[in-house]
Design a protein around this ligand. Structure first.
Ligand code: ATP
Ligand code: MG
Length: 559
């Protein structure tokens, strides 16, 4: 792949420092998705950071399903997450679940009660929230704050046994009700949720809160660097508090490091929002090729290598930025340009008749799959009297600068002959039925023996041999760069009604047996990927990216 300078990655620097100074003697990371949806391009950044850096430093990365909120979680989501991580090119050292640690976490909760560092609070949710105070006002201690440990232990046991209704009581850490960081004002550790869990079934009806569970799960796994996004910066103090309160040793004390979330123009991230697009039928499922999910991008034809490259180029930092979607497409285009075969496909066909080409005759031309790499081989493309060309390559009343096909002008048909337009047939309404041409038999293979200049070379298909192909032109899912800009958060009004244009095109016969996931470039048109629903009887191609590089234009415009 062309060398683009990699962006700065401060997490890499921290790890390098830790190894150099001996603060750590190895690197152990984890990627901790909550299985409540499919992974998106934001997660890809986290995957590349966690798995990528662990690999780089000879360390390990666990896949940990952060399944502490049973309401929205499912095993199907776990399957899709595993598949996406592997497809991204990474292998986890261990597959774990936060729910694996429920017993240990419960024992630790009891331990904190015994140490006078946690208590069962029977205030209502409203009272708890009211009494927490705010930035200007310290909190008011709960009347249950100083109840004896024995009592809290008993209450916790009864919470666990299902004796109370949801909301009746919670377990809280006893820290500091006047702390300037609100997260330290006796945060919740457990709440009652009478919901069955995708792995623990009905064993539990109390579930640990993220802040209590996450750092301790990291600690159990011996994670050295726990990378998360910036919104947890204010929670780090609490992350450290739980580990310290339990007296866990340095090697069991991971370092939480926060980095900026990835945002991209013309899409929305966050599983919650993507789920609502799926649920409301505004897209055709999580893996719709317009979706910014890993599965959607894969179906559209983005490659894992290109996504990894993109993550490398944008770097990892502490400042929230929005990256141009065009930059991601640029990385995809670069990778496809170097690796995929060139074939001929016509997305908006018009018919061409070669008047002087013998009826019934077929010639098969050798065509290389790559302009530069002979190892990619060749295939034969058939030529005959009736062809299809791209309608954009013909213009009846063309300006002088139009070098493609127009009455009286010659063009070269890629790999075949030079043809000249001699007329146009139209129906009564003025629609073009076919373009009439003659071919020059002396130009077989495309060269002109007399040296005359032919300005344009266009792609084409033999009509008798062309295979129908549904071409899905994938466009931006939203019409504005930031669909979340509005106060009301209603991003759906910006959905692009033309996010997928479906064209009835044709492709050359060499593509008869292509399988889903086959990438190619329709010469001069765009890069395409064979859709998952494609069959030999009904070929479907998704446009992955166009030929023109919008990113280059943006870079140029911004100097
Ligand atoms: P979402 O709001 O989309 O559900 P999340 O942060 O709740 O995102 P998790 O499943 O908890 O999703 O995330 C797993 C990991 O991926 C976390 O470490 C999280 O910080 C990271 N992550 C999620 N979204 C992004 C993003 N946009 N950019 C970078 N990392 C992200
Ligand atoms: Mg989440």
């Amino acid at each position: 792949m062309a060398e683009v300078e990699a962006g700065k990655n401060f997490v890499r620097e921290i790890m390098e420092d830790d190894l150099r100074t001996g603060n750590r003697d190895h690197i152990a990371t984890r990627f901790p998705p909550e299985p409540n949806g499919y992974l998106h391009i934001g997660h890809a950044k986290s995957i590349c950071t966690n798995f990528g850096l662990a690999k780089e430093f000879g360390g390990t990365c666990n896949l940990r399903f952060d399944d502490t909120d049973p309401v929205k979680e499912s095993t199907d989501y776990c399957d899709s997450i595993r598949h996406d991580v592997e497809w991204m090119g990474f292998q986890w050292a261990n597959e774990y679940y936060a729910s694996d640690y429920f017993d240990q976490l419960y024992a630790w909760a009891q331990e904190l009660i015994r140490r006078g560092l946690a208590y069962v609070d029977e205030q209502t949710a409203e009272q708890i929230s009211e009494n927490r105070g705010n930035f200007y006002r310290p909190g008011v201690p709960s009347p249950w704050r100083d109840r004896p440990a024995e009592e809290s232990l008993d209450m916790l046991e009864r919470m666990k046994n299902g004796e109370f209704e949801e909301g009746h009581c919670v377990l809280r850490a006893k820290i500091d009700m006047a702390h300037q960081n609100m997260n330290m004002r006796d945060p919740l550790m457990y709440r009652i949720k009478k919901v069955s869990h995708h792995r623990t079934g009905n064993k539990w009806c109390i579930y640990p809160m993220y802040d209590f569970a996450h750092g301790l799960s990291d600690s159990i796994e011996g994670i050295t660097h726990s990378v998360c996004t910036l919104e947890f910066e204010d929670h780090r103090i609490l992350y450290d508090w739980f580990i310290d309160a339990l007296g866990l040793p340095h090697e069991k004390h991971p370092q939480q490091i926060e980095f900026a979330k990835l945002n991209l123009t013309y899409i929305v991230l966050s599983k919650r929002r993507l789920l609502s697009l799926v649920k409301e039928g505004l897209v055709n499922g999580w893996d719709d090729p317009r979706m910014p999910t890993i599965s959607g991008m894969r179906r559209r034809g983005f490659t894992a290598e290109a996504i990894r490259r993109f993550c490398e180029v944008i770097g990892v930092n502490k400042r929230d930025t929005t990256v141009e979607f065009a930059q991601l497409e640029h990385c995809v285009r670069e990778h496809l340009n170097e690796t995929v075969p060139r074939v001929m496909g016509v997305t908006k066909p018009i018919r061409v008749l070669i008047e002087n080409y013998p009826e019934g005759q077929v010639e098969w031309f050798d065509a290389p799959y790559s302009p530069t790499d002979p190892n990619m081989g060749t295939r034969k493309v058939p030529f005959s009297r009736e062809l299809y060309i791209e309608s954009a390559d013909f213009m009846e009343d063309a300006p002088a600068k139009f070098y493609r096909l127009t009455p009286g002008r010659e063009v070269r048909l890629r790999y075949a002959y030079v043809i000249k337009c001699v007329g146009v047939d139209k129906d009564d309404a003025g629609n073009i039925l076919q373009v009439r041409c003659t071919y020059d038999p002396e130009t077989r293979g495309g060269s002109t023996p007399d040296g005359r200049k032919i300005k344009a070379t266009i792609h084409w298909l033999s009509r008798a041999h062309a295979l129908p192909a549904e071409c899905r032109l994938i466009n931006a899912l939203f019409t504005v760069p930031n669909p979340l800009a509005d106060e009301d958060g209603d991003f759906k009004k910006y959905l692009n009604p033309n996010s997928m244009e479906i064209l009835n095109g044709f492709v050359e016969p060499a593509l008869a047996d292509v399988k889903p996931g086959y990438h190619c470039q329709f010469e001069r048109v765009a890069y395409f990927n064979v859709d998952d629903d494609s069959t030999p009887e009904h070929l479907i191609f998704n446009r992955t990216v166009t030929m023109s590089d919008d990113w280059a234009k943006i870079v140029k415009r911004n100097g």
